[in-house]
Design a protein around this ligand. Sequence first.
Ligand code: ADP
Ligand code: MG
Length: 324
Amino acid sequence: MAGMDEFSLIARYFAPLATHAGALHLRDDAAVLDIPADRQLVITKDAMVRGVHFVGTEAPSLIARKLLRVNLSDLAAKGAEPLVYFLALMLPKETNERWIAEFAAGLGQDQEAFGMALAGGDTTATQGELCLSLTALGTVPKGTTLRRSGAGAGDGVYVSGSIGDGTLGLRATRARPEDTASYLAGRYLLPEPRLALGTALRGIASAAMDISDGLVQDAGHIAAASGVQIILEAESVPFSPEARDLLSQGNATREEFLTGGDDYELLFTAPETASAEIEQLSAALRLPITRIGHVKEGSGVKLLDKEGAEIMLVRTGYRHFSDA
Ligand code: ADP
Ligand code: MG
């Protein structure tokens, strides 16, 4: 960062993104936010480490936009509307100013698209890997957040969009980093947070979460939080045409799709009485919503094939602290 200290960095690249009055133009020690008396704050944080969450060769603007979007996906899972975000940058000393400029430009583009603003953060040098952390704040009308814990026996299990593209996109990006324009690469590099679906599901979904570490493993989190069993029908899980092509060519497996990460779709449960409303919602949002199973008394997740026999998986999803 030859010739640039963190103060000029913040003033030049980040203060312009601090368009919320509460950010105090990033010239104070902390942000000060008003929120309406009838709303609650929803707060989430996600970190990205070079070599773990991104390859490092991606355009800095894409890394920035993904960092914002993975957090927005968590807000969507809560049924929240975006408000502001906080950013921590742990930068190796050799980071050049061009990288920061492009990173900030990516943030600017997406914060505008999603209607939020930067409200603060921290900037430090590191002797380790490049690390980025973002905290997103959203709001909901009091008492209306979606939770992982409300699924009840008899509910249907639904998923938005398609499953498996994220993991295929990661594979494509590793093989051909320069190809960022393909459908699958796009699904990995720039996930679409399902914010409109999340807010629409307030009062409809009995439980919800966003899928980031693999459908089957994440379904297990709803099952555990709700104290129920989730039955998933492998045959019903929606795959994109691109994913189906790779399947039929023998270049991917269904298990990979069901357990791969980076989907950023919403997984939710809802009582049978809501099924017509969910269909209408899907049409109104022009977003496929597919019923992929149901909720029973019991615990854990059972994945069934089309004959109703249980499919056993070697791994159910991504875990940071295991070797698999
Ligand atoms: P510290 O209290 O750690 O010394 P500073 O006083 O240097 O933090 O921070 C000054 C202002 O700049 C604060 O408003 C802080 O939120 C903001 N800030 C620092 N780094 C960033 C960043 N990467 N993105 C956004 N805001 C930042
Ligand atoms: Mg300070």
